[in-house]
Design a binder for this molecule. Structure first.
Ligand SMILES: Cc1ncc(COP(=O)(O)O)c(C=O)c1O
Length: 354
């Protein structure tokens, strides 16, 4: 792939997969949509076509809505699944709990998030049972939803059997299953399975399918596999300021990446760059990844002088405090040369401080 052609690899960073620009397929579709006058608020041909395309992709008759970002997608989807007196079980590293500024609670008018621990960023059936059976009295917010992040916040991926076990447990206790799929594409690419197998066939009721990190300019799709749950969802979007009047510019880029499997190719490329980075770290510096690298993120505990040295050399990346390490995210356009340059810098800094 030569998506990086004409750009200096020096301009690339590992802080987030949303540091990357728009992928060529999405950009072409965006420009193609910029033609003439069309109906607004989602009644345009582009939006209708993308929704159909997503139904084909997922091999089921789902309801599809487009919103501007992941926080809105998650919050509004969760709000659709619960009443204010309900609670949502999530992992303690879940973006909905740690990085959405209380938006799920706000948009659900007060539902509570119950965060639980779990290895490798994953929830387990046992942890869910523990929360659900902890209390049944009127003074405790009634558990109603389980939310999973796929791929997880630490770059691991739930296998379909893990999802199914969680969904079965959820069903047995009257809970719905929501999936934060900001990096759903990376998970699908990593597992090598169909989108259906990693979502509704494994028991997911609602998926927030991330577009931004896949290479779109902006926007996520909220996909209701259980269509009864999407009643009045457009009103929620409108009230939350998430109903785009020029919806075609949110939806059309999806068409670009869904055609010819570009979404999956880009995700697979980002995953491959993460594996390249992890392999280079382990071989060249003896710094092991903190979590299995199953998607597009690598977490590593960097000695202080290496971390400071990298920052002094201009590299941008986050310290992921909750997981206890530095986080390096790869995007659809991360060049192998960028990974190699980072590795060379780490090796140099390691040698200097040895
Ligand atoms: C796991 C996860 N969910 C959702 C999001 C989407 O958040 P935003 O509201 O910034 O689009 C992100 C973005 O970093 C994320 O990492």
């Amino acid at each position: 792939m030569n998506a990086n052609q004409g750009r200096s690899p020096a301009m690339q960073h590992f802080a987030s997969d949303n540091y990357a620009g728009i992928c060529p397929e999405a950009l072409a579709a965006l420009l193609a949509a910029n033609d003439g006058h069309v109906r607004s608020y989602g009644d345009d041909e582009w939006t209708l076509r993308v929704a159909d395309r997503l139904r084909e992709l997922f091999e089921t008759d789902c309801d599809v809505y487009f919103v501007f970002n992941g926080t809105a997608a998650n919050s509004l989807a969760l709000a659709a699944l619960c009443q204010p007196y309900h609670s949502v079980i999530c992992h303690q590293l879940a973006h909905v709990d740690t990085d959405e500024c209380g938006a799920p609670q706000f948009f659900s008018n007060g539902a509570t998030l119950l965060a639980v621990a779990g290895e490798q960023g994953k929830l387990t059936p046992e942890a869910i049972v523990e929360v659900v059976t902890r209390r049944s009295d009127i003074h405790y917010p009634k558990p109603k939803v389980v939310t999973l992040t796929q791929a997880t916040e630490v770059g691991t991926v739930y296998r379909p059997d893990e999802l199914r076990a969680i969904a079965d447990t959820a069903r047995a206790h009257g809970l719905r299953v929501h999936m934060d799929g900001a990096r759903f594409a990376n998970a699908v690419a990593g597992l090598g399975l169909s989108p259906a197998e990693v979502s509704w066939r494994a028991g997911v009721d609602v998926l927030c399918f991330g577009g931004t990190k896949m290479g779109l300019p902006v926007g996520e799709a909220v996909v209701f596999f259980d269509r009864k749950l999407s009643d009045d969802f457009s009103y929620r979007c409108k009230q939350a300021g998430q109903l785009a009047s020029k919806m075609r510019f949110l939806s059309a880029p999806w068409l670009g990446i869904l055609e010819n499997g570009a979404w999956l190719r880009h995700a697979a490329h980002a995953n491959a760059m993460a594996r390249r980075l992890a392999a280079g770290l382990a071989e060249g510096t003896g710094l092991p990844a903190l979590f299995p690298v199953q998607a597009n993120g690598v977490f590593v505990r960097l000695p202080g002088r290496i971390e400071a040295g990298l920052r002094a050399r201009g590299w941008l990346f986050y310290n992921f405090i909750a997981a206890g390490g530095a986080r390096f995210m790869c995007g659809w356009d991360t060049a192998p040369e960028t990974v190699d340059r980072l590795l060379a810098d780490i090796r140099e800094l390691a040698a200097e401080s040895a």
